[in-house]
Design a protein around this ligand. Structure first.
Ligand SMILES: [Zn+2]
Length: 142
């Protein structure tokens, strides 16, 4: 792992932090987990909805294990990617050294990803993007 010290957030609002390895797994190669953070505020045509002032009405379906919203999007289109990375960071599974990178502004030109500091990437042999539109596929950097 690179011993350099990075700012956890760059000027493009990208966020990066290290997730220490589970005890006994420190010698595994560093893997970057990447997702993006932004909001997609979409409402059905018959909904009066101002995303700047109106709350999202969440519908929790415990039987099916789903969260949906009443007439609007839930908001973040890569919320699942960010949630998976945060769950891993909270110790939900054993892992080697990880680096979380959340890129910004995907919806408006991918400014965050396009301006990502290569130093955040150079020391990791693997990057897993949890930011894909196709279920069941993984993008990797090698
Ligand atoms: Zn997005």
């Amino acid at each position: 792992m690179n011993s350099g010290v990075y700012d956890p957030q760059d000027e493009f609002w990208n966020v990066m932090f290290e997730i220490p390895a589970t005890e006994g797994m420190e010698d595994l190669p560093l893997i970057i987990l990447q997702g993006h953070m932004d909001m997609v505020a979409v409402a059905e045509d018959d909904q009066e909805f101002d995303p700047l002032t109106d709350p999202i009405t969440v519908i929790r379906d415990d039987e099916n294990g789903t969260l949906t919203a009443d007439g609007t999007s839930l908001g973040a289109d890569d919320g699942i990617g960010v949630s998976i990375i945060m769950a891993v960071a909270q110790g939900k599974m054993a892992h080697g050294p990880l680096r979380a990178i959340f890129t910004s502004n995907e919806e408006d030109g991918m400014e965050g990803a396009a301006n990502l500091d290569p130093e955040w990437l150079n020391d990791a042999p693997w990057l897993i993007s949890i930011d894909n539109e196709d279920a069941g596929s993984v993008l990797k950097r090698r």
